[in-house]
Design a protein around this ligand. Structure first.
Ligand code: MN
Length: 298
């Protein structure tokens, strides 16, 4: 069967802004002109940022309802704890896939070591929307260490992928998702290229966070910090010319559009304004719980 290669439908330039307690993110959306790309609500590249001793900041206790937050670290460490009693450290290559569902309160902070001694933070947080029927699902939490994330390489060794969600190059993810999602971290060396099939009903996004690449049958150039929204087709084509100075790094994200109304405000994403008001009420009345801290963890 002949492939139909997805063209680049749109290029979105990311912007930098402060988030949480004040850490800098590079963010293609949401922005003033683009609320979300169904089913994704937010893409944040955290850093890379080098912090001195006492400088590193994160996002102290805050709630979420109605969607999922996915944290993937490249460098540095984040410590998290939440109102469901989970506590842990996300280290380089680790993934935390948190389904906030009906509601959770969590804290996401650079590790104590990085807060005290300084260090580099680089990673991603992506928000995945939930369909109306799952918005109040029980909170769920999957943490997968780097060594358990499936990896694959092209035969010539020039393309390397870590499969966080979905399948690529014969590798399938170990994380279970509520809706069909693709989340893959690619590295393509100069001279590398591939054409790979992905389900035609998925919306696909390519976020470049290092180097440059050529995308689609036309070889549209996409640079560091740009997000490409792909058009219809059954496969993607990526090429990094031989004369590029560095390898290209990108995330491939995909999901089936929910095609439902999105009502969002801060940490809550529902379908209607009334549901948002209810979310605030439930948070303020303590229905999303609280983080229980022993003195040792204060
Ligand atoms: Mn959060």
């Amino acid at each position: 069967m002949k492939h139909s290669i997805r063209p680049v439908a749109r290029i979105i330039q990311s912007h930098r802004q402060r988030e949480g307690g004040g850490f800098i993110v590079r963010r293609p959306f949401p922005s003033a002109g683009l609320s979300h790309i169904d089913p994704f609500l937010l893409i944040d590249e955290m850093g890379p940022a080098d912090y001195g001793p006492g400088e590193a900041i994160g996002a102290p206790d805050h709630p979420h309802r109605g969607f999922e937050t996915v944290t993937y670290m490249l460098e540095g460490e984040f410590e998290h704890e939440d109102s469901a009693g989970h506590r842990g450290t996300i280290r380089p290559g680790d993934v935390q896939w948190m389904t906030a569902g009906a509601g959770i309160i969590h804290s996401e902070m650079p590790s104590r070591r990085i807060r005290e001694d300084g260090g580099r933070i680089h990673g991603f947080q992506i928000w995945v929307n939930l369909p109306a029927k799952l918005k109040l699902t029980r909170p769920r939490y999957q943490e997968v260490s780097s060594s358990k994330i499936p990896r694959a390489k092209s035969e010539d060794g020039l393309v390397d992928v870590r499969v966080i969600a979905g399948s690529a190059f014969g590798a399938s993810a170990v994380i279970d998702t509520h809706t069909p999602i693709i989340y893959q971290d690619f590295r393509v060396k100069p001279g590398g290229e591939f054409t790979e099939s992905y389900p035609a009903d998925h919306r696909l996004l390519v976020y470049v966070f290092g180097g440059s690449l050529e995308l689609g049958g036309e070889g549209q150039r996409v640079n560091d910090g740009q997000l490409a929204l792909l058009g219809d087709g059954d496969s993607i084509r990526v090429r990094v010319p031989q004369n590029e100075e560095s390898e290209a790094r990108f995330l491939l994200l995909g999901g089936v559009p929910l095609n439902e109304p999105v009502a969002r405000y801060g940490p809550f994403v529902m379908n209607t304004k009334d549901e948002l008001i209810q979310a605030f009420r439930d948070f303020e009345s303590g229905k999303m719980g609280e983080i229980t801290r022993s003195a040792a963890h204060r």
